[in-house]
Design a protein around this ligand. Structure first.
Ligand SMILES: Cc1cc2nc3c(=O)[nH]c(=O)nc-3n(C[C@H](O)[C@H](O)[C@H](O)COP(=O)(O)OP(=O)(O)OC[C@H]3O[C@@H](n4cnc5c(N)ncnc54)[C@H](O)[C@@H]3O)c2cc1C
Length: 379
């Protein structure tokens, strides 16, 4: 389907596809089975400008529109979530720094993020505060010249590998209004790296626990005003959710491509599986659902590029595309039969990676809560 992309958008999409298919795709299964974040692949993507696509050129970024960034994430995820996931989180961190950072903070951090010299992480989730982010307990107590951070974050993508982490911490007891964002460099005393999660999918990424013990950060590390943490987080997550949706479109497309190849090759009952109409109809539904999600993702990207808030649409895109990818990858496993259940074939990996996207950056139940609230109000 032609989405009326501009020449510039097509050129960057081609660059991302070439990198994804030539460099990443041949490694996809080993990235998954090794379960180790490959910093070199991140740096290689960054050297092509793929780790800062929508960041302003003033800060070393590509200065491209948001839709272009979504095309890049879709292309990378089609090859491997082990590369798309870290870049998606890294880029997500650029939005609040650009929007809420002081000039000093932007100058010190964003150009290094653009080149890939620095990787970033976003630390919101805690053991007792997952969906209910306003309940977070990590404290930032005011002391002379700065704050002392104490608490634990869990499931942090790029955690431990990132040179800079945006940490959400409590500066006052007033629920969501008492949260403040901080920029914490990796080598800060009292900033400990905890265990790496053994996850079902996204295995080539680091998803770690971060532990803060009397971790002193100066006043200059505060990102935005005290109490603005929820706004800072939302400025990252609202856009980030569309990128999760774009990644899910890429994962679903990869599942369809693998399934079609298999159906054309494998024979049963004296004919190719592709000749069974029941299986043809499954492929038709998978392709239609993927295209519908792609259209919603691109439309949401265009709303963001037009300066519209698109917060509800971002939730819709995330909800629809990630549920779609779960269904499409489940069907792809079915089309492969026993081979789909085997880790020797890529659809098992795609199925596991699709599941994670229904959970991170706000579960799909929470997206439904947000969408319904927009239509029905809070009560
Ligand atoms: C691979 C991966 C990477 C991640 N990366 C990051 C990261 O980089 N940074 C970060 O901060 N976090 C990250 N997370 C954490 C993620 O955002 C949380 O797991 C998610 O928000 C859900 O929180 P929880 O796990 O505590 O589940 P819970 O909040 O305990 O939810 C459990 C279940 O209850 C449902 N539920 C909760 N509240 C409601 C409600 N009001 N109505 C209906 N249903 C509800 C949920 O949808 C879910 O099904 C990551 C998670 C994963 C799996």
């Amino acid at each position: 389907m032609d989405y009326g992309l501009t020449d510039d958008q097509r050129a960057i999409q081609r660059l991302a596809r070439d990198f994804a298919q030539d460099i990443v795709a041949p490694l996809a299964d080993s990235l998954d089975s090794d379960g180790v974040f490959r910093r070199d692949l991140f740096e290689r993507a960054a050297s092509l400008g793929l780790a800062s696509v929508p960041l302003s050129a003033d800060w070393g970024g590509g200065g491209a529109d948001y839709l272009t960034y979504l095309l890049v994430i879709e292309a990378l995820a089609q090859a491997s979530m082990a590369v798309a996931g870290p870049i998606s989180v890294h880029t997500l961190c650029q939005f609040p720094i650009a929007a809420y950072g002081t000039d000093d903070q932007r100058r010190a951090i964003l150009p290094k993020m653009a080149t890939g010299e620095w990787l970033a992480a976003f630390a919101l989730t805690e053991p007792n505060a997952g969906s209910d982010t306003a309940a977070l307990e990590t404290s930032a107590s005011k002391v002379d010249g700065g704050y002392l951070l104490n608490g634990t974050k869990v499931f942090i993508t790029n955690g431990g590998d990132a040179e800079i982490t945006i940490v959400m911490a409590r500066t006052s007891p007033e629920g969501g209004k008492g949260i403040t964002a901080f920029l914490v460099p990796k080598d800060t005393a009292g900033f400990g790296i905890g265990k790496k999660e053994r996850t079902l999918g996204n295995r080539g990424t680091s998803t770690r626990e971060l532990i803060f013990t009397d971790c002193f950060v100066p006043d200059s590390a505060r990102l935005g005003p005290e109490g603005a943490g929820q706004r800072v987080a939302l400025s990252a997550l609202a856009k980030g959710r569309v990128s999760v949706a774009a990644g899910s479109v890429g994962v679903a497309q990869a599942a369809i491509d693998h399934a079609c190849r298999h159906l054309k090759q494998r024979k049963q009952f004296g004919q190719r599986l592709a000749e069974f109409q029941g299986l043809q109809f499954m492929v038709a539904d998978m392709a239609t659902q993927t295209e519908a999600a792609r259209a919603l993702v691109y439309a949401t990207g265009r709303m963001i590029d037009a300066g519209q808030s698109a917060v509800t649409e971002a939730s819709m895109a995330k909800l629809f595309a990630t549920d779609m990818a779960m269904k499409v990858t489940t069907d792809a496993v079915q089309l492969f039969g026993g081979y789909g259940f085997s880790e020797e074939y890529p659809v098992a990996r795609l199925f596991r990676d699709a599941k994670g996207a229904q959970i991170y950056e706000g579960t799909n139940q929470i997206q439904r809560v947000l969408i319904a609230r927009d239509f029905l109000g809070k009560d």
